[in-house]
Design a protein around this ligand. Structure first.
Ligand code: FAD
Ligand code: SF4
Length: 483
C-alpha cells in the first residue's frame, strides 16, 4: 500500500469518441487485474479515511482496497457488499468526484485520488463472473409480507434486505421492467441494462414477487395492496418534470428529458415506442437544444449525439464551475462533440405549432442566492437566435401528487410534495406505511436511495417484530383466558 508516490493515478481507459458517438455501450474499458491491483495499492490507508466518511453508505473503502491490492478479491467483495447492495452500479455511476474520490487524502495532497469507483466496480464484476454472488438462502420464511411500491434502487434494496430477514416481499411497478431510473432513466452508455437485470433476476430467484405493469392508484388501488400486506413501502421516485415558463403551448417539438430518455432506453431494449418511431422523441438529423446543466441534461445531450442529431447544444444559465452535475460527465459530452452554451438562457420559443428558432439571452452571475450559488441575471441587448428542431427540457423533477394518485388524502406531504416521514422510523403519518428514496428526499442519487432502502428495511423489520410480539402476546393471553 501507500504506492501513490511511485504509481500514477490511472482511470479506466475510454473508447475513442468516434466509436462512442455510434454506440450505446458503456464508454469505459473494463479494468484488468494488474491495473486494479496497482491502483488499489495507491491507497494511503489513513487513520481517519475521509473517503469512508463522505460515502453515503460509509463503505469500508481502505479495507477493501487493501484486500484488492493483495489479490484477495473474494474477501474484498464480501466486505464491500456488506455495506452496499449494488456496488457494481455505484462504481459505475456515483458522482465520485463529489463523494468518496473528491475527499481522498492523496487527492488533496496533489497526487490524484485513488480511483475508488472503478475498483469497486471491478471487484463486483469479478464476483459475478466467478459466481460468488448467490441467491438469498432463506432458512425460515416469516408469516408476514411487505408490499413495495416502486422497483427503483430504494425499493429493490429494501426488498433484498427484507428477504434476507425472511419476509415475503411483493414489488409493484407501473413499468413493464423493474429497476426504476436504473433501467429507463439512466442511459446504457453509463450503466448497461444487463447489470441491472442481473440484480432483479437474482432477487426474483430469491423469492421476491414482481408485479409489473401495476400502477398503484390506477391498475390496483392503494387500499387493495394495503389489505394484502402487513406493511407497505412507498418508493415511487419523482417523475413530474419542472417546467420553464415559456410559450410552449401546442409546440410539438418541446419534450421533457425523462420522456426522451425513457423512449430511448425502451427502444434500446427493443420495445415498440411509437413516439420514437414517429420522430417526436428522436433526434435523428435534428438541431437539438437541451436546456439544463445537471446529469439528466448530460444524459440527454449524449443520447442525442448517439441518435444521429445534426447538432447538439446544451444551454445552461450559469457557468461550467456552477453546474449541479458531475464535471466528469461534461467532459465526456465535450469529447463527444456537444456544444455548451454556458451563461445562456432561452427566453422565447419561436414558431407556429412547431419551434423553428430559440431566442436566447446571455447571462452574468450576480450575488449568491438561496441555493448558495451566484444568481444568473440577463445581460441586456445580448439576444441571439438558434435554429431548433427539438427542445429537450432537463430542469429537474418534482413529486407527483401521491395523496391524490393513491386516493389517500390523509397521507401527509411536505411543501414541495415529497412524503413526510418520521426521521427515525421512516414511517409516514399512516401506521405501517413507510417511504424511502427520491419520494422522500426529492431528486437525489442512487447511492442515497440504496442507503434509504437499507435503513427502511431495518425500520420495517422493527415495526413487524413488535407487531409479531403483540400478536404472540395476545394469543398467549387468549390461551390463558381459556385455561
Ligand atoms: C436521467 C437521470 C440520470 C441519473 N443519473 C444518475 C447518476 O448517474 N448517478 C446517480 O447516482 N443518480 C442518478 N440519477 C438519480 C437516480 O436515478 C435516482 O436518485 C434514483 O433512481 C432514485 O431511486 P428511487 O428508488 O427512489 O426511485 P426510481 O428509481 O425513480 O424508482 C421509482 C419506481 O417507482 C415506480 N412507480 C412510481 N409510481 C408508481 C405507482 N403509482 N405504482 C407503481 N409503481 C410506481 C416507477 O415506475 C419506478 O420504477 C439520475 C436520474 C435521472 C432522472
Ligand atoms: S458507493 Fe459511491 S460514494 Fe461510496 S465508495 Fe462507492 S462510488 Fe464512492
Amino acid at each position: 500500500m501507500l504506492k501513490f508516490v511511485n504509481i500514477s493515478q490511472s482511470f479506466p481507459d475510454k473508447f475513442s469518441s468516434r466509436i462512442r458517438k455510434n454506440s450505446f455501450d458503456e464508454i469505459y474499458h473494463k479494468l484488468v487485474k494488474d491495473k486494479a491491483k496497482a491502483q488499489a495499492s495507491r491507497c494511503s490507508q489513513c487513520g481517519i479515511p475521509l473517503c469512508h466518511i463522505h460515502c453515503p453508505l460509509n463503505n469500508n473503502i481502505p479495507d477493501w482496497l487493501k484486500l484488492a491490492a493483495e489479490e484477495r478479491l473474494e474477501e474484498a467483495f464480501e466486505l464491500s457488499s456488506s455495506t452496499n447492495n449494488l456496488p457494481e452500479i455505484c462504481g459505475r455511476i456515483c458522482p465520485q468526484d463529489k463523494l468518496c474520490e473528491g475527499n481522498c487524502v492523496i487527492e488533496k495532497s496533489g497526487y490524484g485520488t485513488v480511483t475508488i469507483g472503478s475498483i469497486e466496480q471491478y471487484i463486483t464484476d469479478v464476483a459475478w463472473e466467478k459466481g460468488w454472488i448467490k441467491n438469498i438462502n432463506i432458512k425460515q420464511e416469516k408469516n408476514k409480507s411487505v408490499g413495495i411500491i416502486g422497483s427503483g434502487p430504494a425499493g429493490l434494496v429494501a426488498a433484498e434486505q427484507l428477504r434476507i430477514k425472511g419476509y415475503q416481499v411483493t414489488i409493484y411497478d407501473r413499468y413493464d421492467r423493474s429497476g426504476g431510473l436504473l433501467i429507463y432513466g439512466i442511459p446504457n452508455f453509463k450503466l448497461e441494462k444487463e447489470v441491472v437485470m442481473n440484480r432483479t433476476k437474482r432477487l426474483e430467484e430469491s423469492g421476491a414477487v414482481f408485479k409489473l405493469n401495476s400502477e398503484i392508484g390506477s391498475t390496483i388501488s392503494f387500499d387493495d395492496i394495503g389489505n394484502k400486506h402487513d406493511a407497505i413501502l412507498i418508493a415511487t421516485g419523482v417523475y413530474k418534470p419542472k417546467e420553464i415558463n415559456l410559450n410552449k403551448n401546442d409546440l410539438l417539438n418541446v419534450v421533457s428529458a425523462l420522456d426522451f430518455l425513457i423512449a430511448s432506453n425502451k427502444k434500446y431494449l427493443n420495445n415498440k415506442v411509437s413516439e420514437f418511431d414517429s420522430g417526436k422523441l428522436n433526434s435523428l438529423n435534428k438541431n437539438v437544444l437541451v436546456v439544463g446543466g445537471g446529469d439528466t441534461a448530460m444524459d440527454c445531450v449524449r443520447t442525442a449525439v448517439r441518435q444521429g442529431a445534426k447538432s447538439v447544444k446544451c444551454l445552461y444559465r450559469r457557468d461550467q464551475d456552477n453546474i449541479p452535475g458531475s464535471q466528469k460527465e461534461v467532459q465526456n459530452a465535450l469529447e463527444e462533440g456537444v456544444d455548451f452554451k454556458w451563461l445562456t438562457l432561452p427566453i422565447e420559443y419561436i414558431g407556429n405549432g412547431k419551434i423553428l428558432k430559440t431566442k436566447t439571452a446571455n447571462m452574468q452571475l450576480g450575488s449568491i442566492d438561496e441555493s448558495g450559488r451566484r444568481h444568473p441575471e440577463p445581460v441586456s441587448g445580448s439576444e441571439q437566435m438558434i435554429d431548433t428542431d427539438l427542445i429537450i427540457e432537463a430542469l429537474g423533477f418534482e413529486p407527483e401528487n401521491l395523496p391524490k394518485m393513491f386516493d389517500l388524502e390523509e397521507l401527509t406531504v411536505t411543501k414541495s410534495g415529497t412524503l413526510k416521514v418520521d426521521n427515525k422510523t421512516m414511517m409516514t403519518n399512516i401506521s405501517g406505511v413507510f417511504a424511502a428514496g427520491d419520494i422522500v428526499r426529492g431528486a437525489s442519487l442512487v447511492v442515497w436511495a440504496i442507503k434509504d432502502g437499507r435503513d427502511v428495511a431495518d425500520q420495517i423489520h422493527q415495526y413487524l417484530e413488535k407487531d409479531l410480539k403483540i400478536t404472540e402476546d395476545n394469543s398467549k393471553n387468549r390461551e390463558l383466558d381459556h385455561a
